[in-house]
Design a protein around this ligand. Structure first.
Ligand code: GLY
Length: 388
C-alpha cells in the first residue's frame, strides 16, 4: 500500500469500479441488500452505456454458436420487468415509461432473396434455441411498419425483444443508488490493492485517496487493463470494439416507427430504435479500432445511407447526435461474471453488445458472489476465471 493518512481512508463493504449500467446496477442492488457501497467512475453514466441504443434483444442478437449467451440474455430479459419496477420505486419515478421501457418487439427485414434466406436461417436458429419468432411476407411487414421501404420483401418478427432508454436508466440508477445510501465518487480506480499477506485490501483512486473494502467489483467497461495492483495478475481479456451510433429526432407527435427495425442493407447491418419522445437511434458500426472513439465521416454516411434506404422518411428527421464508444469484448463475446481467485474480488466485465440487456442478470450473479441471493444457473458458462 502507498502511505495514506488514516483519516483519508473510508471503509466500506463494497467498492464498484465502473459507473456504467452494469456497475451502477450492481452498486444499487448491493446497497439495497444492506451493504455500504461506493461506485467509482471518472464519468458516471458515460461510456458505452450512454452510447447504447438500449435494445433488450436476446433473440434478435442470437447466433447459432452462442446458445449460452442467448440463454443468459433471456434470463436477464425475464428479470427486466421486476428490475425496472424496483428501479422506478427507488428512483422516485412515476412508471417504467420513465425508463423508456417499450415492449413492441423487433422486426428484422429482408431486401432480396439472399436476405430472405438469411432470415429463414435465423428463424431456424431461433427454433433450435427454443426462441419465439415469426416469418412474415412483405405486406404484413408494411402493415406493422407503414413507412418501410417498398423494396422490403420479407421480415422476421420477434415479439419478445424490447427496449429501454439507457440514458434514462442511468439517471434512475444514480438516483436509486443514492436513495439506498450508496455513494458515487467521480474518480477512476488506478489500482486494487492486497495486504502483504495477499488478502484483498481495497482500492487506490486517481486522486491518490484510498477506499478500504471487504469486496471490490470490477465493472469498468473497456478500462480493465488500466487498473494496476492485483488486477494485473488476473487474465481478463477485454478489448474494445468501436461502434458509431446516431440519434435522429422526429417532430413531437410524429410516430415514424412503431417498433425496432433491423436489416442488412447492401451488407451494412443497421438497427433503428424509436423512442416515444421522437428520438430514433440508428446503430451501429463495428470496428476493431483500439482506443480510438472518433466518429468517422464514413461511419455516419454508412449508417445514414442504410437507415434511409430502409425507411426513406428518416431523411427528413433532424440529425441530433453522432457518437462513438468502445464495446468491451471478450474472445467468446460473453461477459466475465462472478468471483475471482482472490477472495473478495469480483468481476462483471466484457458485456460487448449486451450491457443494457445483461445488467439485471449480471447484478444477480455478482450479488450471489457477495452472499446475497442465488447465482443464476445461466451465468455458469461465463465464469470470471475462464481465461485464467
Ligand atoms: N447492442 C448493439 C450494439 O452494440 O450495436
Amino acid at each position: 500500500m502507498t502511505a495514506t493518512p488514516l483519516e483519508e481512508v473510508d471503509v466500506v463493504d463494497v467498492v464498484v469500479v465502473g459507473g456504467g449500467i452494469v456497475g451502477l446496477s450492481i452498486g444499487w442492488r448491493a446497497a439495497a441488500a444492506g451493504r455500504s457501497v461506493v461506485v467509482c467512475d471518472p464519468a458516471p453514466g458515460g461510456g458505452a452505456s450512454r452510447a447504447a441504443a438500449g435494445m433488450l434483444a436476446p433473440v434478435s442478437e442470437a447466433r447459432a454458436a452462442e446458445g449460452p449467451l442467448a440463454r443468459l440474455g433471456l434470463a436477464s430479459l425475464r428479470r427486466w420487468p421486476g428490475f425496472a419496477d424496483e428501479l422506478v420505486a427507488d428512483a422516485g419515478l412515476a412508471g417504467t415509461e420513465d425508463l423508456g421501457l417499450r415492449r413492441e418487439g423487433t422486426l428484422q427485414v429482408a431486401f432480396d432473396d439472399d436476405d430472405r434466406r438469411a432470415l429463414e436461417e435465423l428463424a431456424g436458429v431461433h427454433r433450435e434455441l427454443g426462441l419465439d419468432s415469426e416469418l412474415l411476407g412483405a405486406r404484413r411487414c408494411r402493415e406493422l411498419v407503414p413507412l418501410l421501404s417498398p423494396m422490403v420483401r420479407a421480415g422476421l418478427l420477434v415479439p419478445s425483444d424490447w427496449q429501454v432508454d439507457p440514458r434514462r436508466v442511468l439517471r434512475a440508477l444514480i438516483g436509486a443508488l443514492g436513495a439506498r445510501g450508496g455513494g458515487l465518487r467521480a474518480q477512476g480506480v488506478r489500482a486494487v490493492r492486497a495486504t502483504a499477506g495477499g488478502e484483498l485490501w481495497g482500492v487506490e483512486l486517481d486522486d491518490a485517496t484510498c477506499l478500504e473494502a471487504a469486496a471490490v467489483v470490477l465493472a469498468p467497461g473497456v478500462g480493465v487493463d488500466r487498473i494496476g495492483g492485483v488486477v494485473a495478475d488476473l487474465r481478463l481479456p477485454v478489448r474494445p470494439v468501436k461502434g458509431e451510433i446516431l440519434r435522429l429526432r422526429a417532430a413531437p407527435g410524429d410516430e415514424v416507427l412503431p417498433m425496432t427495425v433491423r436489416a442488412s442493407v447492401k451488407g451494412q447491418p443497421v438497427y433503428l430504435v424509436p423512442r416515444l419522445d421522437g428520438e430514433v437511434v440508428v446503430g451501429a458500426t463495428m470496428q476493431e479500432a483500439g482506443a480510438d472513439t472518433a466518429v468517422r465521416a464514413g461511419g455516419v454516411l454508412e449508417l445514414l445511407r442504410a437507415a434511409i434506404e430502409l425507411v426513406p422518411g428518416l431523411g427528413e428527421l433532424a440529425l441530433e447526435e453522432t457518437l462513438a464508444a468502445a464495446r468491451p469484448t471478450t474472445p467468446d463475446n460473453g461477459p466475465l461474471l462472478g468471483p475471482t481467485s482472490l477472495v473478495g474480488l469480483h468481476v462483471a466485465a466484457g458485456h460487448y453488445r449486451g450491457g443494457v440487456l445483461l445488467a439485471p442478470v449480471s447484478a444477480d450473479a455478482v450479488l450471489a458472489g457477495l452472499g446475497a441471493g442465488e447465482m443464476p444457473v445461466e451465468a455458469s458458462p461465463f465464469d470470471a476465471g475462464r481465461y485464467s
